[in-house]
Design a protein around this ligand. Structure first.
Ligand SMILES: [Zn+2]
Length: 329
């Protein structure tokens, strides 16, 4: 692979050695290595899941690959590594003629160094090499074997907080809208209160519309005078008296528990997604001083969305009617 050739050209045939090295602190490859180290050190993917099936050892790093008991010798014997002159030798380099070679900066002295060296010799005495090529295996996912998808599942499993609410992905909407809703439901939008929690200094933390209340998702999307005006407009348009929600949780509960046919529910959810998306666009247009998107655009978009989804999913049996006197609920 071309990328592999580039890495090899820059970092040598064993580019992975710097995973355990501090020699490189900048650059793409160093960032990749830091990321790998983080994945291992935080146990998102435990190094012990990966094993080398030792063959002739020509591809296996003596100090840095976990070829014995799943732990690299560099981690097991750091005092000996500090004495090593040829840190990046392969196992085959160190075992050319049936006996082990050592390249110490100075010989291990008594105490811990000598004790570690004797332990290392005991371990190596139980190791046998063959003429096959070294191969890697891992226990991450027995069904998929070694794959990016399996690794990602493991990382997701340990890094993404469990989320009990359904995501309700709407395939009719572009991904950016669905992802926006997903982030909104987890309170992961860059509202001012969330930025403050992350320690980001802003001139103020007030709502850009009313300048009275602090900005939070609940305020922006349901309780500010502007968002209340937008929801009221929606209620008039679909000819339904929407409740007045105090926070987003109440809105989600109301939307998720509507006692209507499933297809009607999809229509309602589609229109609500559009309203929420357009409220956020309106908020951003104020924050970033963009005069091209104002409340009239939000109202226009609500009409378009109602029109589209009202007709797209309309059936005679459901009695869904389009815009201009539409009655969707
Ligand atoms: Zn406000």
């Amino acid at each position: 692979m071309l990328y592999g050739q580039v890495i090899t050209a820059i970092h040598g045939s064993r580019g992975g050695d710097i995973i355990f090295s501090s020699r490189y602190s900048n650059g793409t490859w160093a960032s990749i290595c830091r990321c790998v180290n983080m994945i291992h050190s935080s146990n998102l993917i435990q190094p012990s899941l990966m094993h080398i099936k030792l063959g002739n050892s020509s591809l296996t790093s003596f100090w840095y690959d976990p070829w014995i008991d799943g732990t690299p010798l560099a981690l097991k014997f750091p005092r000996l590594l500090a004495l090593e002159d040829n840190k990046f030798d392969t196992v085959a380099d160190r075992h050319p003629n049936g006996s082990w070679l050592w390249f110490w900066r100075r010989d291990p002295r008594g105490g811990i160094e000598l004790s570690n060296f004797n332990s290392l010799l005991d371990i190596l005495a139980m190791t046998s090499l063959s003429n096959n090529v070294d191969t890697w295996t891992w226990d991450g996912d027995s069904s998929c074997g070694n794959s990016v998808a399996a690794a990602r599942r493991l990382i997701d499993l340990h890094s993404i907080a469990p989320f009990s609410c359904p995501t309700n992905w709407l395939s009719l909407y572009p991904s950016k809208v669905n992802i926006f809703i997903w982030r909104l439901r987890m309170n992961r939008l860059a509202t001012k209160d969330n930025l403050e929690r992350k320690g980001i200094d802003l001139p103020n933390y007030l709502c850009v519309w009313c300048n009275v209340q602090n900005e939070s998702v609940h305020h922006v999307f349901v309780s500010c005078v502007i968002s209340k005006q937008i929801w009221s407009y929606l209620g008039s348009w679909i000819n339904f008296n929407l409740p007045s929600w105090n926070n987003l949780e109440e809105l989600w509960i109301w939307m998720d528990n509507l006692s209507v046919h499933e297809k009607k529910k999809i229509v309602v959810r589609s229109i609500f997604y559009s309203v929420l998306w357009n409220i956020w666009r309106l908020r951003n247009s104020y924050v970033f001083n963009d005069p091209t998107f104002r409340i009239s655009h939000v109202l226009d978009n609500i009409i378009v969305t109602s029109f589209f989804f009202g007709f797209f999913l309309d059936t005679k049996n459901l009695g869904l009617i389009g815009p201009f006197g539409c009655k969707i609920l």
